[in-house]
Design a protein around this ligand. Sequence first.
Ligand code: SF4
Ligand code: SF4
Ligand code: FES
Length: 256
Amino acid sequence: MAEPSSREERQKVTLRVWRGDAKGGRFEEYTTAVDTGMVVLDAVHIVQAEQANDLAVRWNCKAGKCGSCSAEINGMPRLMCMTRLDMLPPGEPITIEPIQSFPVIRDLVTDVSYNYAAKKKIKPFKPRKPDAADGTWRMDQQDVDRVQEFRKCIECYLCQNVCHVIRDHGKHEEGFIGPRFFVHVAALEMHPLDTEDRVPELKKTDGIGYCNITKCCTVVCPEHITITDNAIIPLKERVADRFYDPIKRMFRVFGG
Ligand code: SF4
Ligand code: SF4
Ligand code: FES
């Protein structure tokens, strides 16, 4: 079969892109020609180049690794650079909105600085003294493996975007750090060399009690990190063991 000779003969898509700023906005429609194998970010870039030069969109790697291009595509939180156009219903407009849990700066770009502040609150890695005179440590491979999953996080904040504790209840304003940072705390707390104690903060200031394990964060994670089962639930267990275990509580009360 002959290849289409011009962009006019190629497949067309219509993007409904949210345009606006903190004061408000609306959806604008753009129809453009695209090629086989393109992703949503490609189509947005074509629109930006040919029809809407002032369209604000954040991206960096176009490889699913920088976490910059998060958006809501047909209502689903996704990376624009990892969402192929042929994954979406053919012949229907594609709706693209900024992520909803953080304030819009302009068009598809949101202010995610809350997340940087949340990360700064978490006590950093504090390794024990080296195990050997040459400054090296000894660790069990299974302990090393356990935290590898958490290190895949690309800080796209899609999990923060869908968490109802942030999105619907605004508890991040009261200190709730959100699923991305429970993953970060888990990576530190379960690290075989770490000696810091972050359990009191999890209960008192980080708001882990607000999480009711809906697993929405796990569903949207583009790195397939098992956020709830492998990070949040073990952290909740540590909080429960420390603060709610009746025998341990008795020892704390009588032991001072
Ligand atoms: S499992 Fe917890 S952290 Fe994840 S989305 Fe649900 S409430 Fe938020
Ligand atoms: S845990 Fe997953 S969804 Fe959340 S910020 Fe990291 S990569 Fe994104
Ligand atoms: S542009 Fe880097 S993850 Fe999409």
